[in-house]
Design a protein around this ligand. Structure first.
Ligand code: F6R
Length: 246
């Protein structure tokens, strides 16, 4: 694991965008694994800036999102499809047919998940996977105790996740109780992983990810076994790391 310490959210966003941009410069048809939530919004803003400055080009880039709420249509403004269009895709020259986001309204979950895995394999796997982290250590929507061997699947959301994500909804009752998510096995097959974390609320999850025992209770701890993980943390999220953690 490589720990990249930064002062604040803006610096984290810039560094993350630079890593993604350099991947796109090295390979024009890179396969990006993308996350939603609050954490990567600044990174998407930076990527749009780099695109407007003509430093990067999305025309051949393919993307796969980590997850989508189950039971929510892409037109719903809480869907991760909606989020991605709003925060990135509507502002860059990404081709619609190259965007892959799980269909939360599928009537055949098993087939939807199987096809997602198949499409990732067909394009040669994910070159760079961006991750946020939940306060409970989840990555994607792989909640505590999900099997590390899982591929894309339907998951029940943890109560902590429901509470944390209720900030995006009118009431907690409206938060979906399940989601489709890439599995840990899918994530671990990505060639490069960039995990972003900012704010004190993430400090414990980050400490357990870096120094804790590798266990399904803290899903992100499995990243210790990946050979190319970059963790970009601001001061608050790095609070419980040791100064010797590199
Ligand atoms: C989002 C995702 C989640 C989030 C995590 C952190 O696609 O897979 O794992 O990255 O819940 O969310 P924020 O960034 O809102 O704190």
């Amino acid at each position: 694991m490589r720990i990249i310490r930064v002062d604040n959210y803006d610096e984290m966003s810039k560094k993350a965008a630079d890593l993604v941009a350099s991947q796109m410069i090295l390979k024009h048809n890179s396969v990006l694994g993308l996350a939603t939530g609050d954490t990567p919004i600044g990174m998407y803003k930076e990527l749009i800036k780099l695109y407007n400055e003509k430093k990067i080009d999305f025309s051949d880039v393919r993307s796969f999102n980590l997850d989508e709420y189950y039971g929510i249509s892409k037109e719903n403004n809480q869907s991760y499809y909606y989020y991605m269009m709003n925060n990135l895709f509507n502002h860059v020259n990404m081709r619609k047919e190259n965007i892959n986001i799980l269909d939360g309204k599928t009537d055949n979950v098993a087939l939807e998940c199987l096809n997602y895995e198949k499409r990732i394999k067909e394009v040669g796997g994910i070159d760079i996977q961006v991750l946020g982290i939940g306060v409970n250590g989840h990555i994607g929507f792989n909640e505590p105790n999900v099997n590390f061997e899982s591929e894309t699947h339907l998951v029940d959301l943890d109560q902590k996740t429901i509470e944390s994500n209720s900030r995006f909804f009118k009431s907690i009752e409206e938060v979906p109780k399940s989601a489709l998510s890439m599995g840990i096995k899918t994530i671990m097959q990505s060639k490069v992983i960039v995990l972003l974390a900012n704010g004190e609320a993430k400090a414990e999850a980050i400490a357990k990810t870096v120094n804790g025992k590798i266990c399904p209770e803290v899903q992100a701890s499995i990243l210790q076994l990946h050979n190319n993980v970059n963790i970009i943390v601001d001061k608050a999220a790095a609070k419980l790391l040791k100064s010797s953690d590199k």
